[in-house]
Every structure is written in structure tokens, then in C-alpha cells.
Design a protein around this ligand. Sequence first.
Ligand SMILES: Cc1ncc(COP(=O)(O)O)c(C=O)c1O
Length: 450
Amino acid sequence: MPTETLKTQTGRQIAYRAESSRSRQLYDRACRVMPGGNSRHSIALSPYPPYVVSGHGCYVRDVEGEERIDFVNNYTSLIHGHANPAVTAAVIDRVSKGTAFNQPSEHDVELAELLVERVPYIDQIRFCNSGSEAVLLAIKAARAFTGRAKLAKFEGAYHGIYDYVQVSERSTADNWGDPEAPASVNEASSTPSVADDVVVLPWNNIEACRKRIAAHRDDLAAVIVDVMPAGLGMIAPAPGFLECLREETARIGALLISDEVMTFRVGYHGALHETGIAPDLVSLGKIIGGGFPVGAVAGSKNVMSVFDHTGDWRMHHGGTFNANPVTMVAGLETMKQMTPAAYTCLNHLGDYLRGGLARMLHDRGTPAQVFGRGSLFTAHLTAEPVVDFRSLVGFSRTNPVYGNLCHELLSRGIVVSSRGIFGCLSTPMAEAECDAFVEAVDRSLTALQS
Ligand SMILES: Cc1ncc(COP(=O)(O)O)c(C=O)c1O
């Protein structure tokens, strides 16, 4: 299937750029009723994006009728691409029998069992409706469990839209302060006290982290870490770095929260399994909902007991659509198909894409660094070493070159993030799609140079 569709993609796919395109018209209408024309900043693309009408496997079709290979997969949440037959059948069956109830269903028990069986460092789990909510719940659970107020997070790391994790997510040279002890920079939407309760840590700086965590031995509830933080350009943890976080949090009685909302797609047993490190709490989302809104907080039985109304109940957890049957069956069908063999295959394809991308960039003499693991990838077009958030700022995310590159890639049948060469693979993909991606990046960079 992919090869056939690939063959048809010879022409330029730029109908959406025409002044009279349907995408343009939809965007104009959207701007009248939604600030910036959308409901999430991550999909913004200047001057406007192509509007989508359908998706099938690894392809998406825009309202102009042009098809592209999707390397974003709704920001990494679709591990089987679009309209996976088994997921679709399960959802249709479920929808026809009712979508939301105020009694639990078998589906959430089954999905919970599947996840708990697979991930050695979780005993129990509770569902919610987004990754942001999962992170919020993990942090609140850590506070309830420890009786402490403060959270430590990494400068530049993105964990969703809860006030406390938004601290120093977008700090700049004007306000970020000491590199060893970064300032806590609030979003304008947060109260000043939020910043007081967040300790900002520098990525991969073991000594500085040890000192910062020890200095807050009496008031730190948790450290939250994403092992491949997208906000930090997927810079891998340095050897010993995660071990240091585990040791220091354990030493002071704080919890370690592993935010695997995005990275859970890298391995059957969870993103931290290979390290042998067991976090106290984990936030999940994206792929476990099979394309529907989802989040989950999971962890050791001891810590998760804060949610247990039959025991030592320390925090209230509600949510009208938590564990709704539609999301649960979609998640279950999705995860069942993610066998160990499916992970191995997808992750090899990730190596293939990263290798091809790095070779192509090297051969054309474009300074670049290619990062990622499993089915996630990113490339930074710079010769300067990218080692932490501060070394990333200035050429990534905000750099307009990536918006232009995104349009060039769209015109060559490829969907990537508007924020850079950042994306992921899905199981319907094969080497042909990865080759098409690498070739399109090559041609797009040449087009931009001229
Ligand atoms: C690491 C991480 N945490 C949390 C979130 C927030 O998830 P959601 O967008 O489902 O609220 C994201 C979203 O991209 C993420 O990548």
C-alpha cells in the first residue's frame, strides 16, 4: 500500500497555499471565532496550515484532496497511524452500545491490567483525559504522599499545561539566571507563588542537580523527569544522570516522577525499563488512548494508595470522562497490537530513519545533530553542540526556518511538526516512507538555500 501511494506523490502538493484554497478559507473563518484560529499552539503554522479531512494508515488527506505521509501522528499519539482497522471496529462497536456511563466497565479493568503487567515499575494505575492531567495528578499525589509542597523540574522541559510544570519552560537569556541554579520563571498566567514552589534544575548537570535537590531536602515532594524531553530537543540523559536523580530523591524522601506521556511509545516495558531505574510515579497519555483523549497516573501500590477511598485516602480524584469506554477500547486494541515484535520492528525503523537522516545531512554538508530513540526522532540544524536547554534556544522551536521547512516538506508530501524536524513513526510505515522523508528533507533544504 505505501509504495503505491508513494508513486502517486510525484507532483507538488501545494493546493493549500493558493489564495482561494479551502484551507485558507477555513483558516479565515477560524480566526474570527478562535484566537489565532486554533485550540492548541502546537498546530499553528504561519501563514496557515493545510486543513485535514481524513487519515488512513500513515497517510493524511487535506481538504484540497492532497495526500501526505504523516510523521507527526497527532503529536506522537497514534502509534498505528490513522483509522487502524481493529481499533476502528472496536470503537464503532463500543459507540453503538453507549459511550459514557457512571458505572465502571470491563474495558478499563482490561487496559489497566495490560499496562500493569507490561511495566515492571507500576503496580496500579488510574485514568484521566490528557497527559497534562496525568502530570497534574502525579504531582498532586506526590504532595499528598510526602506532605511536602515543592516540585523540581528541568529548565525547558515540557510536561503539559499545569502551572507548576510550565515554570521555566520558555525562559530566555534575559531571565533564566545562574546556569547551575536556574531561576524559576513563571508563565504570565500563573500566580507568583507558583514559581516559589518550583525548583528548576539544569539538564545533565549531575553536580548541580545533587546540590539543588539536597538543598530542598525538607520541602521537595518530587522531581519530574522525561527521559527524552521534546522541549529540550530530545537530548539524551548523560551516563549516570538518571541514577543521580533516583539516588538523590530517595535520599531526601522525595518521589521520582517519570513523565512518559510521549516516550511510552519507545518500549514494551516503558521508557525507563532499560535503565533499571524504578520511578515512584509515572504519567502516561497519548498512545494508550488509541487516538482518543487520555491520560493516566501510575506507580507503586504504596504511593498510589493516596487515591484509594477504601483506605488511607489523601486526595480527591474526579473526572466525568475518566476511563470512558470509548477511549478504553481504543487504547486496549492499540496496545494489544503493540507486541514485543511490533516494538522491535518500529524501533529498527526509527534507527533506519535517524541513520538515513544523519547520513544525508552529513553528505550535503549541513551541520546537524540527529537525536531520538525508538520511533521518535529530531534533528537540530546547527554545528554548535546541543547539550542543554540553553544551547538549544536561538535556533530551535522559535526559528522561522522551521516554519519554511515545514511548508517545503508539506509541498513534497511530508507532514512534520511546524516546530522543527521533529516527529515519529507509526506501524504502517516501512523503509520506503523513511526514504521518502529523508529525500524530501534533502530537497527542501536545497530549495530553502536557493
Ligand atoms: C512529556 C509530555 N508530558 C505531558 C504532555 C501533555 O499531554 P497532553 O497534550 O495530552 O495534555 C505532553 C504532550 O505533548 C508531553 O510530551
